[in-house]
Design a protein around this ligand. Structure first.
Ligand SMILES: [Zn+2]
Length: 122
């Protein structure tokens, strides 16, 4: 009977371990959720102080220093966006076509010229 008692202990142990693993996973998930909440709240605090700085409000030197870094990143975003806008505008210009018959500007996808009816797509 000692064999079966040992087997029972092993199975019970495995069950306990599985329950512990599930509990650990649940608690880890809750820690992750709490960390996300903390991160969201810290972001609100950061945004509050950044906006205060950006409006010319008085902030601690450390906050001003960090805000300058944020401002630099916002400026970089603006430059990249301007570059994207410029590339898209260039693309639009390249797509613009002119009717070979009457010379008016026509859409690149249009089949006939809206001015003179010339067949554009052949
Ligand atoms: Zn035309």
């Amino acid at each position: 009977m000692e064999f079966w008692d040992n087997i029972n202990d092993v199975v019970k142990n495995m069950g306990d371990r599985a329950i512990d693993l599930i509990e650990t996973a649940k608690l880890s998930a809750r820690i992750m959720a709490e960390k996300k909440e903390v991160s969201d709240e810290l972001e609100k605090i950061g945004t509050y102080y950044y906006e205060l700085y950006a409006r010319g409000g008085i902030v601690a030197p450390e906050v001003a220093e960090l805000s300058k870094t944020v401002k630099n990143h916002y400026d970089a975003i603006d430059r990249f966006q301007a570059e994207i806008d410029r590339l898209r505008a260039d693309q639009q210009v390249k797509k613009t076509k002119y009717c070979p018959a009457c010379g008016i500007k026509v859409s690149s996808s249009t089949r006939y010229c809206s001015g003179c009816g010339e067949l554009l797509l052949k």
